[in-house]
Design a protein. Structure first.
Length: 598
């Protein structure tokens, strides 16, 4: 095999299903190998996006939905550089991405050759690891190591930069080399692996001490719980066994079952999303807690408001698979380097004699207190008063129309772009199954939604039962990667796209209104196109919703077996509440009434 054929063979051995990419001069040999593999009946399917950023976001959506590794191909120079935003997004949100980029010939590197870019330097800080292959003999080891780095520990992106001439050079005995490399790299990683069980047992006495001293414990679950197989199940067992309520970060949104038995008339364990635009009771619980049991979360400023002050008033048990995240933002009293599933399994198995019945009753009283407080909150303050159709109205109606039955909830994925609609969706959508809410959290990447929805829909194609992929986007975000409508049409996966147009950069406008005395500096989008005509040009069905009465047609839209783009006109003055000003703590929530003039 030559280098390009080896890469294709390598991906087939890793049971890769989908490659997202865009060809160019430096990767012609790689794409030729992919073509010939398809002709011989190979298993790889390539999805041609219309921009490399679209390719990497689609790979993210696919990876988050399936728990598999998203694979991306791009050519040298501008092609590889166009992956940067997606790689940074995947790095912050811990999404496994395996990117193969072309490079100029090894002899031309550093000579400003046509379409040369130093991707090692460019991607150094936004990948878990990156490589430049300078010798064909190194290719098998680099590929195996890169693949395992993306998949092991905290998930994340890797980039392998391959010069044109390396694609064409031959590899002797490729099958034997593959097996040797896989065995060697696997052993090396296993030898270096931190033993979670040993760490947990060593911390057991201290965990029990904090746990049994607490009167108001709360769980904070992040994206690491979603990424860990079985972690959501173990966490919910732990919640139910000990009456411990749970709040989530934005990336942990879909790990929490917010239906009975965790929420009911006399019980409130699933608190919902905490943070800058989180659910009031989730922020209240974090603020009043005396112990936070955190797993798979970075304690970002968007989740805990003021990380520096957070641990001054409560004890923190922090479990994370990435040791670098523990005590980085919030000081941990107990640091547990562990996969979330192992951690919650350990916590669930704490015996009744180690946690007294009296303590469990005290925790039950804490839950009742939260339930009472939640019932007293005025949920109508979430959006304040607006004149026209609200984004919240539309999102709630879509969720209601899709249905809330167990079967349907297990067969739906919600994708969002970034902005006000993203926060409202995170507040309003109720899910039962992990990895069914996909969004850009840490980087907050506008333009993420459409390609990610395509990737998620492709990932769900092989699942049984009726599938639904719903995308909520804004008029700002959708235009950043609107060319991917061509990819949507080509792949024929059904995605229902709701463009919630308020003719504003909504979140920017809201902050300008509240904290910059209404000085709306370049946040108005008053020259938007007719999005339904753009959909028509791409051959995609479309509809318009201008009033509440128009929403009566939602069922037929959602039931349609094809993709549909829905252009929704919403009130430009709608705001998202609660909101916590930057640098403030979780209890310092502001509502619409806090901004009303006397």
């Amino acid at each position: 095999m030559n280098g390009a054929e080896y890469i294709i063979n390598f991906l087939e051995r890793k049971e890769t299903e989908i490659i997202f990419g865009y060809p160019g001069g430096a990767v012609l040999t790689l794409y030729d190998a992919l073509y010939r593999a398809a002709k011989r009946g190979g298993t790889l399917r390539h999805v041609l996006t219309r921009h490399e950023q679209g390719a990497v976001h689609a790979a993210e959506g696919y990876a988050q939905t399936t728990s598999k590794t998203g694979v991306v191909f791009a050519t040298s120079g501008p092609g590889a550089a166009n992956l940067v935003t997606g790689l940074a997004d995947a790095m912050l949100d811990s999404v496994p991405i395996f990117a193969v980029t072309g490079q100029v010939d090894t002899a031309d590197i550093g000579k400003d050759a046509f379409q040369e870019a130093d991707m090692l330097g460019v991607s150094l800080s936004i990948t878990k690891h990156n490589y430049l292959v300078r010798d064909i003999k190194d290719l098998p080891v680099i590929l195996e190591e890169a693949w395992q780095i993306a998949r092991r520990g905290r998930l994340g992106p890797v980039l392998v930069d391959v010069p044109k001439d390396i694609f064409s050079e031959n590899i002797d005995a490729p099958n034997e080399i593959y097996e040797l490399c896989e065995q060697k790299i696997t052993k090396d990683f296993e030898d270096r692996k931190i033993k979670s069980g040993e760490n947990l047992n060593a911390q057991k006495d201290r965990i029990l001490e904090l746990f049994t001293q607490s009167l108001r414990p709360v769980i904070l679950a992040g994206g690491g719980v979603s990424a860990s197989k079985d972690a959501p199940e173990y966490m919910q067992r732990f919640m139910d066994k000990f009456n411990i309520p749970c709040a989530v970060s934005l990336m942990g949104k879909s790990v929490l079952d917010t239906s009975p038995p965790f929420n009911g008339s006399d019980k409130l364990l699933a608190l919902g999303m905490a943070g800058m635009h989180g659910i009031p009771i989730a922020n209240t619980a974090l603020s009043k807690s005396d112990l936070v049991i955190a797993a798979g979360t970075r304690f970002s400023d968007r989740t805990v408001g003021n990380p520096r002050l957070f641990s001054q008033f409560r004890a923190v048990i922090h479990a994370d698979i990435d040791i670098a995240e523990i005590s980085k933002n919030v000081k941990a009293n107990v640091a547990v380097v562990s996969d979330a599933a192992e951690f919650f399994k350990f916590m669930t198995e704490l015996s009744p004699c180690e946690v007294s019945g009296l303590k469990k009753e005290q925790w039950a009283a804490w839950v009742r207190e939260l339930k009472k407080e939640k019932d007293e909150l005025d949920i109508r303050e979430k959006s304040g008063h607006t004149r026209g159709l609200k984004m919240r109205d539309v999102i709630k109606k879509v969720v209601e129309t899709v249905g809330t039955g167990d079967n349907l909830k297990n067969n739906i994925s919600y994708i969002t772009d970034v902005g006000q609609h993203q926060m409202i969706a995170a507040q309003e959508i109720i899910l039962k199954t992990p990895r069914t809410f996909v969004t850009s959290g840490g980087l907050g990447t506008m333009g993420f939604g459409l390609p990610a929805a395509i990737g998620a829909a492709i990932g769900r194609e092989n699942k049984k039962g009726r599938q639904q992929v719903i995308l909520f986007s804004g008029d700002g975000g959708i235009q950043m990667n609107i060319q991917e409508l061509a990819t949507l049409k080509k792949t024929r996966v059904p995605v229902k796209i709701f463009i919630l147009e308020n003719k504003r950069l909504g979140m920017v406008r809201q902050w300008q209104e509240k904290f910059y005395n209404g000085r709306y500096s370049y946040s108005t989008l008053d020259d938007n196109p007719d999005f339904t005509k753009i959909a028509e040009a791409y051959g995609i069905k479309s509809a318009k919703i201008h009033t509440r009465a128009d929403m009566s047609g939602l069922k037929s839209i959602i039931d349609c077996r094809e993709s549909v783009l829905v252009h929704v006109q919403t009130d430009p003055g709608e705001n998202v509440y609660p909101m916590i000003p930057a640098g403030k703590s979780n209890h310092e929530m502001l509502f619409a009434k806090d901004f009303r003039r006397e």
